[in-house]
Design a binder for this molecule. Structure first.
Ligand code: SAH
Ligand code: SF4
Ligand code: F3S
Length: 472
């Protein structure tokens, strides 16, 4: 059974001490922090919590690491490329530290939960003073104070017991004023054979529906219009609670909160996606008609090897049911090309599934071995160049489909949420309910509100249109 810890806010005394020390160390009037989150929205949401702590400890924020007194990279371990980028950027901080010896450089997030990564930082990046993993975010003020006062480098990863705990009440510094994230569950129990996430994020645990409702309602009151519920597998939300609640039930409870807003959620796992979930989307008032349902592969043997617990037929059944109940549903997905042992014929099953479903957009990845996962031990005979060709073939198929879908939207009127920042003078940019970008001319004051836009043209997956009417 999971536990909920309501008492963490980083003790006031610790936060005061950090604030005092940093005031003196700061190069300017107040200490400045540069925080960059890599990876998925869950990581971005964690980054906003760390920023919440920093704000409470008197920090301002800067987009320029050269101006910062504290630099933090919140890292992602999902693919090798993500890790390489982090190592490259941390390497570049060596000169920053040389120019400003008082700057404190810290690393956190998924990569730091891996012992071999922490070891590499310990050995090869001596100017990194603080390293902490995803399990100990609630202890960040304490860890920062220790870094400032002990004269030693601090490494913290949390232990197994943290796997079942949820820490409520952490401060949050939200980056936007229109879109917001609400984490509904942490961790993952699925152990897909290629994936590092369960190792670096621990076991599945859910926030109570009351805690989610409270945060969600406060966001609606504060004027947020596009709120995304986050979890690695939202469909298994609520299973570990003392009084279990399904994700569909949570959605219905949130949907009852009055106001003008949209609910999104990610990610859904096909093995746990139910008709109840689809019916809830279909009947909802605020739930966007957008479903991100990663299928990973269209071939049954590969799906088994991936430990996904569904097959092609089950996935396609679910899609058929969803399209029938929600005719304007926008579907997006994640796919892996070149899983160990995949043959070209098996890969073609993925292409045919993509053609059959006609996704609005697709996130395509070439398989990347992750140390400690089951797939990393499997034979992987197909050369990288060959996988790259398959990848291009899949992308070309999807481009064709996306262009066709965009073209089909021309002439329709879409409800668009206008983004905070416009691209060019006189132009606004927004997203449809299905999460497709629309550019159109209009006044700046529409930023952050909904508008009806008639789609007049489509190019490169971006729609252009004209304003029909604004909604407040
Ligand atoms: N929990 C989500 C996704 C988490 S990671 C889900 O189950 O759908 C986001 C995506 O990264 C995955 O959907 C998968 O397509 C991709 N991914 C994960 N591990 C990978 C690996 N080792 N190599 C390539 N892509 C990977
Ligand atoms: Fe990774 Fe699978 Fe969990 Fe998603 S469901 S985070 S792909 S193990
Ligand atoms: Fe990356 Fe961690 Fe998310 S590995 S994809 S940041 S859960």
């Amino acid at each position: 059974m999971q536990e909920i810890n309501h008492s963490v806010r980083g003790s006031e005394a610790v936060m005061d001490d950090v604030a005092q020390i940093m005031k003196i160390r700061a190069r300017g009037e107040r200490p400045m922090a540069y925080v960059h989150s890599y990876g998925c929205q869950q990581n971005v949401a964690d980054g906003e919590k760390i920023k919440g702590f920093l704000e409470e400890m008197g920090f301002g924020f800067t987009e320029d690491p050269e101006e910062a007194d504290f630099i933090l990279f919140n890292t992602c371990a999902v693919r090798e490329h993500a890790e390489d980028r982090v190592f490259g950027n941390v390497g570049a901080l060596k000169n920053t530290k040389r120019r400003h010896p008082s700057v404190i450089i810290a690393l956190c997030g998924c990569m730091m939960e891996q012992e071999h990564v922490a070891e590499r930082i310990r050995r090869s990046y001596p100017y990194v003073s603080l390293v902490f993993g995803t399990h100990v975010i609630h202890r960040f003020p304490e860890l920062l104070l220790e870094t400032l006062t002990s004269g030693k480098r601090v490494f913290s990863r949390g232990d197994e017991s943290e796997d079942r705990v949820i820490h409520e009440g952490l401060p949050i510094h939200r980056d936007g004023s229109v879109k917001a994230w609400v984490t509904v569950m942490y961790g993952c129990n699925n152990f897909c054979s290629y994936c590092i996430v369960p190792y670096v994020r621990g076991r599945e645990r859910s926030r109570t529906p009351e805690a989610v409702e409270e945060e969600f309602a406060a966001l609606v009151r504060a004027g947020y219009k596009d709120i995304t519920l986050l979890g690695q597998n939202v469909n298994s939300y609520g299973k570990t609670l003392e009084h279990p609640v399904s994700f569909a039930e949570l959605l219905r409870r949130l949907d009852r909160i009055p106001g003008d807003y949209r609910i999104r959620f990610m990610t859904s796992h096909p093995k746990d996606a139910t008709h109840e979930l689809i019916d809830t989307i279909a009947q909802g008032t605020h739930i966007s008609h957008h479903l991100h349902l990663p299928f990973q592969s269209g071939n049954d043997r590969i799906l088994r090897e991936m430990n996904r617990h569904y097959d092609r037929a089950k996935y396609l059944d679910l899609i058929r049911y969803a399209k029938e109940k929600i005719p304007d549903l926008s579907l997006t997905s994640d796919v892996i090309v070149g899983f160990p042992g995949e043959t070209y014929e098996e890969f073609l099953d993925t292409v045919s599934l993509v053609r059959e479903v006609e996704f609005t957009s697709l996130f395509t990845f070439i398989y990347s071995p992750r140390r400690g996962t089951r797939a990393a031990e499997m034979d992987d005979p197909v050369p990288a160049q060959e996988k790259s060709r398959w990848f291009q073939e899949l992308c070309a198929a999807q481009e064709e489909i996306a262009a066709k879908r965009c073209q089909a939207a021309v002439g329709t009127v879409q409800r668009v949420l206008v983004e905070e920042e416009g691209k060019q003078e006189g132009m606004l940019s927004g997203r449809t309910d299905g999460n497709v970008v629309v550019d159109f001319p209009g006044p700046r004051e529409l930023a952050g509100s909904f508008a009806d836009v008639k789609i007049t043209a489509a190019r490169n997956w971006i729609l252009t249109g004209e304003l029909v009417s604004r909604q407040q």
